[in-house]
Design a protein around this ligand. Structure first.
Ligand SMILES: [Zn+2]
Length: 298
């Protein structure tokens, strides 16, 4: 199984268009020890022919062009066999709109995510312009499902996050909270990988799952709980936004036997700076920081 990280940043990417925090400013000035990153996006294949996307990021058009195995082999062809969504947030789902052009696509997501995207936004009707253009396959939180005939099996885990802030409260009240944000464990024969870009806490059963994996890709949004309060003054704490801070994850996620990688990294996070003490601390604890183009073989 190949996992290619096409994007490793949180929403807004790095640098973010309207941000001049220490990281974004120094990157633009060429004074930063680290690289730019696009928004979190994975591509996974068991046979190097059919690929499954995990999330559909707003940077998807550029990300597909940057990875030749995802280029079409003919007119109106794509090696993309399906798209699996963790949630309905803009940075996880906007890319679906970039996969229009009358191309049949298969999308795996929860019923709540489908309703938020398709029933509440007329823009998503671009995916319905011809019969059979989009096929939604319902993910039931906690249940396992197969990705087509690829031999890849996915177990979904509800991570108890909230529906996106843009969903009106009256609507959110009628959606299942369990269907808002998912993490996934991918399995192929005896290989396993976890993808939890949104992790609000560490439950014992999730930790037990991670301990069975050859690689874990987990929420690296913020280093500390008050990171945005320090850089942006008025913002919320990391935990309030559904993100366990990296410094706490390092302490809580123990006895993992596989590779440990942080993904979904916000542009304010000091771990992006390879000269920072936070980056050194994470490396010393055996963790890696995901970057665009990172390749993982299981
Ligand atoms: Zn910034």
């Amino acid at each position: 199984v190949q996992i290619r990280i096409l994007g490793a940043a949180a929403g807004g990417a790095f640098p973010q268009w309207n941000c001049s925090c220490a990281n974004c400013a120094r990157l633009r000035q060429g004074r930063f020890s680290g690289q730019a990153r696009s928004q979190t996006q994975l591509a996974v294949s068991a046979d190097a022919r059919d690929w499954f996307l995990f999330n559909a990021s707003p940077d998807l058009r550029y990300q597909l062009e940057a990875f030749p195995p995802l280029h079409p082999q003919a007119t109106r062809h794509t090696p993309i066999a399906g798209i699996v969504l963790t949630c309905a947030e803009v940075d996880a789902a906007l890319g679906l709109l970039l996969l229009r052009e009358f191309q049949p696509i298969t999308v795996y997501c929860t019923e709540s995510v489908r309703r938020v995207l398709v029933e509440d936004n007329t823009l998503f009707q671009v995916l319905y312009r011809q019969p059979g253009q989009v096929t939604f396959i319902n993910i039931v939180p906690g249940a396992a499902f197969d990705l087509g005939t690829s031999g890849l099996r996915v177990t979904s885990v509800s991570t108890a996050g909230g529906h996106p802030g843009f969903v009106p409260k009256a609507r959110a009240d009628h959606l299942s909270p369990d269907e808002a944000v998912l993490g996934f464990v991918l399995e192929h024969r005896d290989h396993r990988a976890a993808f939890f870009p949104n992790l609000s806490r560490v439950q014992p059963d999730w930790l037990a799952l991670f301990q069975t994996c050859d690689v874990v890709l987990v929420d690296g949004t913020f280093w500390s709980d008050d990171e945005l309060i320090r850089t942006h003054n008025t913002a919320k704490k990391a935990r309030e936004m559904g993100h366990l801070p990296v410094e706490e994850s390092i302490a809580s996620l123990t006895d993992l036997r596989g590779r440990k990688i942080f993904i979904h990294i916000n542009n304010t996070n000091p771990i992006l700076d390879e000269d920072s003490p936070e980056h050194a601390k994470l490396r010393n604890a055996g963790w890696e920081v995901a970057y665009d183009g990172m390749k993982i073989i299981l």
